[in-house]
Design a protein around this ligand. Structure first.
Ligand code: ACO
Length: 423
């Protein structure tokens, strides 16, 4: 048996043998046999758009690893900033490397006053925080013109530090603006997650000290969301980056992709669904409606995972820890019952529908006091590390500009008719 496929053009009888390498075939070989005939793959569900050494995802077996480290191990033992270092540099840092990394990020958390005063305060009072985040990120490129030097290692490093460091500051600022609270400056004596919570919730106390259980929960959620290989926003980052745009503009594009409810908004849909179900007595009826195709069981199913999403297992545990601090939430009981009923039902089992990362994450964010509008923002903060790791990898692969082809289905050539001659 050879690890290859043979493609034959039945019109000419010509064949080409293409090796199967790493589970894929090089589609560029195909164009040698059939120039001008394209693979039709809208939504890229059967296309590997890149070779990547960052995240391994095996959806059949419920496996997720960053740079070879199982997600369970990282969630148990690591911190978001250490994971960010791992994603970007490929290895876990030594103590000295880590101290330097944390120091640099901590001292780049402030944003230019003009960004805060002129940009962020200029948004309408009810502006969605995700819209503020997208626009502010794009605006940052004008404050750092050196960001255009994408092949200068020092400049790259500086922008990576700035982006990771400033995301929580912008995110919290967007929230404060939307609720009419004054902006809170970063407190560099706090760790990354505590500092974010301080910028979110500080009122008049001289030094905000968040609950350590909630800080750890946020840390775990940030680790779980830091990367997920070639998802929609990461693909946006790579595609825009392939045009050699600066990383702020590319990250703004990636954040825009995450703004879409199909990508960053599913946990909000879960909260709405649990609220609409309202009580344990209504769970069976809701499941019946799901099976009749009237509604979807939000937070269930995944394009890639055909097994329990490993992140969901970790998040479920974290939810219990958070509720110990924040108090009981009836919606958790409804979620647990939904899961129990669904996992015992052939409709869900036969379709391999299991809880995904969003099934429990919204409940945790809600219990911690975040508004639903902030859910995608909370996704964007840690995903920045993943986006940047992919951006670097793409640039180092010396990739060509992303430029897919199309199958044209429009009209044949026709002559322009003056307006009074048109019917
Ligand atoms: N509830 C009920 N039925 C479902 C669900 C669900 N949540 N998900 C899939 N199905 C059914 C479909 O109706 C279909 O059944 P059929 O074969 O009888 O027609 C079958 O399972 C396959 O579903 P597809 O829609 O083809 O699966 P796809 O891979 O395209 O969709 C998706 C994946 C979008 C995540 C889907 O499962 C879904 O809508 N889930 C709910 C929303 C959600 O939780 N999204 C978050 C995903 S995680 C993330 O992006 C961070």
């Amino acid at each position: 048996m050879t690890d290859s496929v043979t493609i034959t053009d039945n019109r000419t009888g010509e064949s080409i043998e293409i090796p199967i390498d790493n589970g894929g075939v090089d589609a560029r070989q195909w164009s040698k046999l059939l120039p001008g005939t394209w693979f039709f793959d809208p939504s890229f569900s059967t296309t590997a758009a890149a070779e990547s050494a960052i995240t391994e995802l095996d959806g059949e077996n419920g496996i997720l690893r960053y740079r070879g480290y199982p997600i369970e191990d990282l969630a148990e033992n690591s911190t978001y900033l250490e994971v960010a270092y791992l994603l970007i540099h490929g290895e876990l840092p030594t103590q000295t490397q880590f101290d330097e990394w944390v120091h640099e990020i901590t001292y780049h958390t402030f944003i230019h006053e003009n960004v805060r005063k002129r940009f962020m305060e200029g948004f309408h009072h009810d502006a969605h925080p995700m819209g503020i985040l997208v626009s502010t990120l794009a605006a940052l490129s004008t404050f750092y013109p050196d960001a255009k030097n994408i092949f200068d290692p020092d400049s790259r490093h500086k922008q990576i530090i700035r982006l990771i460091a400033k995301m929580p500051t912008i995110a919290a600022g967007a929230h404060r603006h939307s609720v009419g609270m004054p902006f809170v400056y970063p407190d560099n004596s706090l760790d990354f997650c505590s500092n974010f919570l301080s910028m979110m919730w500080k009122v008049a106390e001289p030094h905000y000290q968040p609950d350590p259980v909630l800080v750890r929960a946020l840390e775990v959620l940030f680790i779980l969301h830091a990367d997920h290989e070639q998802n929609c926003s990461t693909t946006a980052m790579r595609v825009v980056g392939s045009a050699h745009a600066d990383p702020y503009s590319a990250a703004a594009a990636a954040t825009s992709a995450l703004y879409g409810p199909r990508h960053g908004g599913a946990n909000e849909a879960v909260i709405r669904m649990l609220g609409a179900i309202g009580s344990l007595d209504n769970v069976d009826d809701y499941i019946k409606r799901v099976k009749a195709g009237e509604v979807r069981l939000q937070g269930f199913g995944h394009r890639v995972y055909k097994n329990y999403d490993p992140r969901a297992t970790i998040i479920k545990r974290t939810a219990y820890e958070v509720f110990e601090v924040t108090g009981h939430n009836d919606l958790l009981d409804i979620a647990l019952k939904l899961e129990e009923v669904a996992l015992a039902d052939d409709y869900f089992v036969s379709r391999k529908l299991y809880p995904n990362v969003d099934f429990y994450s919204g409940l945790i964010y809600q219990a911690m006091g975040f508004s639903t509008e902030m859910f995608p923002v909370l996704f964007a903060i840690p995903r920045t590390a993943g986006w940047l790791a992919h951006w670097l990898e793409m640039l180092d692969q010396d990739s060509r500009i992303a430029r897919p082809r199309q199958l044209y289905t429009g009209p044949e050539v026709r002559a322009y008719a003056p307006i009074d001659a048109r019917s």
